[in-house]
Design a protein around this ligand. Structure first.
Ligand code: THU
Length: 162
């Protein structure tokens, strides 16, 4: 039997249609680009999260001369939230990118590893984690449930044989 998955997201030409909170978290992500430690790729990625207690945390990619150890901005900020507020739900995450080489106008989506961690976060907190993506300028994508970026992701059910 052929089955189909439907993936829903919003796309806007600017931030005008975003709510105040969405705009604020995106602004914090853009401010966090300066935290990027990316001497090897020259590609800055920053992410900010809004927590259910009203706090906003941000982080950026954190590279290493041993390349596979590079940490993505998304997982840096999710780890920071887990360290500071382990039991507080994460409502939304904004992600932005900037490159030394060329101006970025296309929103960059989280890599596969980050999608896996976003999915786990949603399952842990039993609440959707909204993603807001915009490059330096250009289109804005809003993905209401970040885990939907990873259909058939590996999860605790698999470990339990469910
Ligand atoms: N990067 C992120 O921070 N997030 C992603 O989802 C994809 C890639 C970083 C890792 C590395 O520092 C640089 O972007 C180039 O891959």
């Amino acid at each position: 039997m052929m089955k189909e998955l439907i993936f829903k997201y919003e796309q806007y030409p600017s931030t005008r249609k975003l709510s105040q909170n969405q705009r604020l978290v995106l602004k914090e992500a853009k401010k966090a680009l300066k935290k990027s430690y990316s001497p090897y790729s020259g590609f800055q990625v920053a992410a900010a999260v809004e927590l259910a207690n009203g706090k906003i945390l941000s982080g950026a990619n954190f590279e290493n001369a041993a390349y596979p150890l590079c940490l993505c901005a998304e997982r840096v900020v999710l780890a920071a939230a887990a360290a500071e507020y382990p039991n507080v739900k994460i409502l939304r995450m904004a992600i932005t990118v900037k490159s030394k080489e060329h101006p970025q106008t296309k929103p960059a989506a989280p890599c596969g590893a980050c999608r896996q961690v976003i999915l786990e976060t949603e399952q842990k907190q039993k609440n959707p984690l909204e993603l807001i993506l915009q490059a330096e300028k250009g289109d804005v994508l809003v993905i209401p449930q970040g885990g939907t970026l990873l259909p058939f992701g590996f999860d605790a059910d698999a470990l339990a044989g469910k």
